[in-house]
Write a protein that binds this ligand. Structure first.
Ligand SMILES: [Zn+2]
Length: 89
């Protein structure tokens, strides 16, 4: 399945589970896209900021719901889990 290069901005209402493009009902994959990746930014940030991008597993449509995350170099890198994979379903 080719990845659609266009990223659409969407709003989450009660739940975001169904792909607006194709109707796939079982949630999304996620990816992290570096903000300003590939662009020259005059502002140097000490922390990298990433957009959380949702990708439809069925049609490859990509969505930006406004989530922004950053990762620190400290001990916060270790993500504790309960033995289950993190899922966006
Ligand atoms: Zn889809």
């Amino acid at each position: 399945m080719p990845v659609n290069s266009e990223i659409k901005n969407i709003k989450i209402e009660d739940e975001l589970r169904v792909c607006p493009a194709c109707g796939y009902e079982y949630g999304f994959h996620t990816s992290f896209l570096k903000v300003n990746a590939g662009r020259d930014s005059p502002i140097k940030s000490t922390r990298e900021v990433y957009q959380v991008i949702l990708i439809c597993p069925e049609c490859g449509a990509r969505y930006d719901v406004g989530w922004r995350v950053s990762f620190t170099e400290s001990e916060n890198r270790v993500l504790r889990t309960t033995g289950h994979q993190i899922s966006t379903l």
